[in-house]
Write a protein that binds this ligand. Structure first.
Ligand SMILES: NC(=O)c1ccc[n+]([C@@H]2O[C@H](COP(=O)([O-])OP(=O)(O)OC[C@H]3O[C@@H](n4cnc5c(N)ncnc54)[C@H](OP(=O)(O)O)[C@@H]3O)[C@@H](O)[C@H]2O)c1
Length: 428
């Protein structure tokens, strides 16, 4: 690309201010960045104190995004509806667009990608998954010669921070969450993170790139957050040789269906994902012929995320066509594997009467539903009840659910505590 690249920054918060800081001092960086001129930025509050040097600031983000003196619109504002209108208008006005906004793309990505294709403009979003980890362009470009079979990822730093603190300091979920909030890792309203929505949105983007399909429906991604994971589960998992992680898993089944899910998972301690701690992210890809590859690094934060946003700017400067929008994908409708058909091992914790014959009775209930048990251990007898920790062999989830429903209703079970999936052996 010759000449100056005139850029509008929509948002000057955590990410936008870090992008501006990089662009304000490009000495020693990619030489092409010298061509970037930040023409203006949009913010919500013009009176807020900000570190300079600053470009002219405006409140009307939509008007700024469509100005004729802008070549590239960088949306780092957040939300869904306004950025959706803004990216559409910018693409129609002939701008390239960059966004870090997974919530937007998971809902309106297909329409925006199609618009970018017809407008022959770039829509880049390297920062939308994995923060500072170079991920989307490497999957699309560097792994372009591969059939990707599975993506297994830790893509939410907040939940990984909480689970790590629970495991290493033996603190309860509520305490770890409060600490994450005080350190700025979790929002005041943490639901999007702890209930798995953020990871669900990111998984749709990863799956579309990995399997070269249109964006899967958000609703087709099974989602379970970490709010039901209690300290005893984390400690039991450790004793059994596992760490509990919120995993986002995308697999293409042998019959071509997509198995997409986000849920807490027991990960064997010798698996590389078990050692991804704190707010870090990691994405493990299994592909043919390359084998297993793991991307690892800071999944959020102003500096790391801005690093990914600026890499998108460099790609526009370099006229790089890949990593921009998923290439026109298979037209065939997507088929999904329902969670009830997924086959996996389970960890189960419950409190049952501490009496002769109870373990046999519970084993019988599992047996009636053809659920085979790998181990059953009695712990912490208290009063007339004791805790049972059970690990199953691989079982279709529908059968496990039927067995658990019967257990819940059984007179010998005093309290049903948790059922958490165990990572299948092949996922490494
Ligand atoms: N933070 C991260 O680590 C991270 C990582 C990956 C992706 N992302 C994504 O990056 C995006 C931005 O995140 P962030 O953490 O930087 O958010 P943020 O700190 O809340 O900053 C948002 C910025 O947008 C401005 N803004 C909000 N509404 C606006 C409106 N209606 N018109 C004009 N400006 C408006 C705000 O203005 P004021 O400054 O006046 O409030 C602020 O400058 C989100 O989509 C997020 O999901 C963030």
């Amino acid at each position: 690309m010759a000449g100056t690249l005139r850029l509008a920054l929509i948002g000057l918060g955590t990410v936008g201010s870090s992008v501006l800081a990089i662009l304000n001092d490009v000495a020693g960086l990619d030489l092409r960045l010298g061509a970037v001129q930040v023409v203006a930025a949009a913010v919500r509050d013009l009176t807020k104190a900000r570190n300079g040097p600053l470009p002219p600031l405006y409140e009307d983000a939509l008007a700024l995004a469509c100005r004729p003196d802008i070549d590239v619109v960088v949306e780092v504002m957040g939300g869904v509806e306004l950025p959706y209108q803004l990216l559409k208008a910018a693409l129609k006005a002939g701008k390239h667009v960059i966004t870090a906004n997974k919530a937007l793309l998971a809902r309106h990505g297909e329409e925006l990608f199609a618009l970018a294709r017809t407008q022959n403009r770039q829509l880049r979003y390297e920062a939308a998954v994995g923060g500072g980890i170079p991920l989307l362009q490497p999957i699309e470009q560097c792994l372009g010669a591969n059939h990707i079979q599975a993506v297994t990822a830790i893509i939410n730093g907040t939940t990984n921070y909480i689970l790590t603190q629970m495991a290493t300091r033996q603190i309860a979920y509520e305490e770890a969450l409060a600490e994450a909030q005080s350190l700025g890792y979790a929002e005041a309203d943490p639901r999007a993170d702890v209930e798995g929505n953020d990871a669900q949105e990111k998984l749709t983007l990863l799956a579309a790139l990995a399997f070269r399909t249109p964006l899967p429906d958000l609703a087709a991604v099974y989602r379970e957050g970490i709010t039901a994971v209690a300290l005893p589960d984390v400690m039991n998992a450790q004793q059994l040789g596992f760490a509990i992680k919120l995993l986002a898993i995308a697999t293409r089944t042998a019959d071509g269906r997509l198995d997409l899910r986000v849920h807490p998972t027991l990960v064997p301690l010798d698996h590389p994902l078990s050692r991804v701690d704190g707010a870090y992210n990691a994405v493990l890809i299994q592909a043919e012929p390359v084998g297993s590859i793991m991307f690892y690094g800071p999944g959020a934060g102003g500096g790391p995320t801005a690093s990914a946003v600026v890499s998108d700017i460099i790609n526009i400067l370099a006229d790089a066509p890949t990593g921009a929008i998923p290439p026109a994908s298979e037209a065939a409708p997507l088929h999904y594997l329902p969670i009830t058909a997924v086959q996996t091992r389970f960890y189960i914790r419950l409190r049952a009467l501490d009496q002769p014959g109870v373990i046999g009775h519970i084993g019988q209930i599992f047996g009636q539903h053809a659920v085979s048990l790998a181990s059953i251990v009695q712990k912490n007898p208290r009063g007339a009840a004791a805790e049972l920790v059970i690990i199953t062999h691989d079982v279709p989830e529908a059968r496990l659910r039927a067995a658990l429903a019967e257990l819940r209703a059984s007179a010998v079970v005093q309290e049903f505590c948790t059922a958490i999936r165990v990572l299948p052996e092949g996922k490494r």
